[in-house]
Design a protein around this ligand. Structure first.
Ligand SMILES: Cc1cc2nc3c(=O)[nH]c(=O)nc-3n(C[C@H](O)[C@H](O)[C@H](O)COP(=O)(O)OP(=O)(O)OC[C@H]3O[C@@H](n4cnc5c(N)ncnc54)[C@H](O)[C@@H]3O)c2cc1C
Length: 355
């Protein structure tokens, strides 16, 4: 089936994975990416709104305890399969496979029911529930499994390079006021035949259901070899996310709802590093040993009710395929989202052809 010419708004992990999957399945498609920010921009210019540049990123499976989490669970499993292949075949992508450990001070019913050898992250993940002797003080439940970690900036640059190599992709830097402006912007640069826009703008152009959760983390030079997460009884989180290929380790982090501060807080940096020393004493002995490379501040693009993945029919023969609102899970759901958006694009193309 021919897909023709498609405009994709956004150049975060969701947009780039969608473009990649679209071109893998429909190589003759012509794609115009329109985005205010790109992964190839100088790092100093990325705003906190460009969430993909500031993510950890690791994959932490979440038990499918609600309809939304059940849908996300399927997207995460698809993504896990693809990331496993990328880590194996394309280590230069910034995606790497490694051990992961979870500690919970206050586990939920779903975690307590899990048994070793259950599938947690994805097939063949070596899932094992830790014995009480293996748990640190105050931790009531823990497990280990194999999963991927991503050097996010490198990975998005790699994705962009892969799709540009096909010769089918043009990139236009443009801040749009509304998603519909993408059609005019495309016409203006002589990309005239596109009747479908894929909206991967993160927060969806003022969707009232969109909201942000600020995250602050620290990239340190010290290299850890496993992704480790501890959920504390007070609701806070402490984690280490190694960046593959000796890219250092992300120490995190915060989840601050509706906090729009773009600059890092010195007090937060201190608290995050101190907590990491307390929770993971085998990483460094003392805060003063950390060699800080950079503070990261980003706004996670949350949406009430979860991701919007939907085909919107406009008047005439124009369509929008929405794909935004990935919250704190954009990387770990990315290939699942991309697959779903490509299906919606196929559906949009069929419905247009039958007009
Ligand atoms: C501190 C932190 C840690 C995180 N850790 C993880 C993790 O471990 N695992 C995980 O899976 N996820 C993690 N996330 C979440 C993840 O970063 C997001 O879910 C993901 O990046 C969302 O990707 P996106 O492509 O939807 O949006 P974005 O990355 O925000 O990209 C949006 C794109 O749309 C463009 N755009 C937006 N508005 C306009 C406009 N008006 N005109 C033109 N272009 C526009 C932007 O320029 C950009 O190119 C973390 C996030 C943060 C902040």
């Amino acid at each position: 089936m021919g897909i023709g010419a498609i405009i994709i708004v956004g150049a975060g992990v969701v947009a780039l994975s969608t473009a990649y999957d679209l071109l893998a399945q429909h190589p003759a498609t012509r794609v115009l990416i329109i985005a205010a920010e790109l992964p190839t921009d100088p790092a100093s210019s990325w705003t906190a709104d460009y969430a993909s540049m500031w993510a950890g990123a690791h994959y932490r499976p979440i038990a499918p305890s609600t309809p939304q989490l059940r849908a996300e669970f399927a997207l995460a499993q698809n993504t896990h399969r693809m990331m496993k292949r990328i880590a194996r075949d394309k280590p230069e992508s910034g995606c790497g496979f490694m051990g992961a450990v979870e500690y919970m001070e206050n586990p939920g019913e779903r975690e307590l029911q899990l048994k070793s050898r259950d599938i947690f992250a994805g097939e063949g993940d070596g899932f094992r529930v830790l014995s009480p002797e293996e748990l640190p003080d105050k931790v009531k439940w823990g497990c280990e499994y194999d999963a991927y970690c991503i050097d996010t900036q490198k990975y998005c640059q790699w994705l962009l390079h892969q799709i540009q190599k096909t010769g089918q992709v043009r990139v236009l830097r443009r801040q749009l006021s509304q998603v519909l402006d993408a059609f005019e912007a495309a016409e203006a640069v002589n990309f005239p035949k596109a009747k479908i826009v894929v909206n991967c703008s993160g927060r969806g152009f003022g969707d009232p259901k969109s909201k942000i959760v600020r995250g602050q983390t620290v990239l340190v030079k010290q290299q850890y070899h496993k992704s480790v997460t501890r959920q504390c009884a007070d609701g806070s989180w402490t984690f280490l996310i190694p960046r593959p290929n000796m890219g250092g380790t992300i120490v995190g982090g915060t989840k601050e709802e509706d906090d729009w501060r773009s600059e890092p807080r010195e007090s937060t940096r201190k608290a995050v590093l101190q907590k990491a020393v307390e929770c993971f004493p085998y990483f460094v002995d003392d805060v003063s040993q950390f060699e800080v490379i950079r503070d990261n501040v980003g706004r996670r693009p949350f949406r009430d009710g979860g991701l919007r993945m939907e085909l919107e029919e406009l008047d005439g023969d124009r369509r929008i395929v929405h794909g935004y609102g990935a919250g704190s899970r954009g990387y770990e759901l990315s290939w699942g989202i991309a697959g779903k958006l490509v299906k919606l694009l196929e559906q949009a193309t069929v419905s247009r052809a039958s007009l």
